[in-house]
Design a protein around this ligand. Sequence first.
Ligand SMILES: NC(=O)C1=CN([C@@H]2O[C@H](COP(=O)(O)OP(=O)(O)OC[C@H]3O[C@@H](n4cnc5c(N)ncnc54)[C@H](O)[C@@H]3O)[C@@H](O)[C@H]2O)[C@H](O)CC1
Ligand SMILES: [K+]
Length: 481
Amino acid sequence: MITSRRMAAVDANAEALGVPRKQLMESSGNAIARVVRGLVDPGASVALVCGRGNNGGDALVAARFLQEYETAVHLLGRPETITTQIARENWGALVASELEAAVVQDSRAFEPGDPDLVVDAILGTGVTGALREPERSVVELLGDLEAPVLSVDVPTGIDPDTGDRLGGTDGVAIDADHVVTFHDRKPGLGSLDAEVTVADIGIPRAAELFTGPGDLLQLDRRPDSHKGENGEVLVVGGGPYTGAPTLAAAAALRAGADLVRVACPEVVAREVQAFSPDLIVRPFPGETLASPHVDRILELAAAHDAVVFGPGLGDTEAALDAVREFLEQFEGNAVIDADALRVVPAVDTDATLVCTPHQGELRAMGGPSAEDWESRADLAADYAAELDHILLVKGKYDVVTDGESVRVNRTGNPGMTVGGTGDVLAGAVGALLAVLPPFEAAAVGAFANGRAGDIAHDDMGNGLVATDLIDRLPEALRTDE
Ligand SMILES: NC(=O)C1=CN([C@@H]2O[C@H](COP(=O)(O)OP(=O)(O)OC[C@H]3O[C@@H](n4cnc5c(N)ncnc54)[C@H](O)[C@@H]3O)[C@@H](O)[C@H]2O)[C@H](O)CC1
Ligand SMILES: [K+]
């Protein structure tokens, strides 16, 4: 099962792997034609009703594969208003090939005749809200025809993710007899009374398994968002080390958080503040985190969208006891890194945790290890299920798993073995955890951190340092390439 949002991400990842969308559209069109051939015999009349997006584009391709039929393409709108380049090119190919194609600017001009089969390629996963005109009226007119309907990807008028009729009780939708859906079943198809064919369109498994630029698409911000809405992050750490919490906090800011506060011992707080005026410090007395501070930390944590717990905390008994007490009472979202990790397996918590161990830290938690990444991914998934938390196991191939799904990240390079890159990752994941579901936050964080490292490596080679990554996080997170 795949949501529209994830489908768009996988699509973009396939493109980045060298399988362009136009090629996928060709496969989609071919798949539609295959299903048509199973439904009606050559010579039958097939009305292909096409919207102006890629759903319509799929059927424009199908027309080329169905030349042994009496096809008639009906484009809903002027050709100049086709929304994508690839669909427009396929329209051009139809016209140049002199295949029958009509432009329907107004539903009154829609003359489907009496076809043996209707192909509904009006709207697919790109639909938003109730149907507008002329789509709405055309859908109503199609409801009056006798012919069976084959919907492309999803019946027009149905929410692909929920199966609900768009526009509520006033909404209109195609009552499909058959659906040919691409790559994987859409959740909204489950509740329909239609025969569903899932067509493989050649999207490599890697486009789904490996993180890619498509994973960043979910970060697109609402243009009207205001301060605080894009995440407030609390970093809890420091003690024996001051650099670690500073790096994590600075990374969280560069990964898009609106406000980042650092709760750390007083002595550390001065240095954190000296490093950057962008950071807000919330010092606690003493030289290390300890039980008496836990109430205050809980209170602070409750006022943030995500917490990054662990950078530079050290492994004193006092600090680890405090981590345990915090987790027993905390119910929010947290990234757990470094020494704090070892507390996780034995603690009973209602919090949602993203744990970011490298393989050594994973073993120290009592977790599994394996040589090759594929076995490591399987074992990590089992262990995440046992912990009931999300794991991001760092390595050449980072493994992200919530116990059920697995995503693997391949960005990054050997220059990143330098100290502090783990703190940058924890901070970046913290910022993303404030705005994304935890599994996605871990996957996107791993991708962006490695990509920032790759950009830094282009400039610095193996001389790159952790702060170089922080500077490059914004570029690594950009979607507008
Ligand atoms: N990887 C794949 O699965 C592939 C799928 N393909 C097909 O592409 C569509 C999705 O295409 P997209 O262009 O993103 O969107 P649509 O065609 O569904 O619609 C966009 C189009 O419709 C307009 N619009 C949106 N909402 C409404 C509305 N409520 N009323 C009227 N008009 C609306 C919008 O303005 C756009 O113009 C997917 O389903 C597959 O069929 C690709 O072929 C490649 C790979
Ligand atoms: K459709």
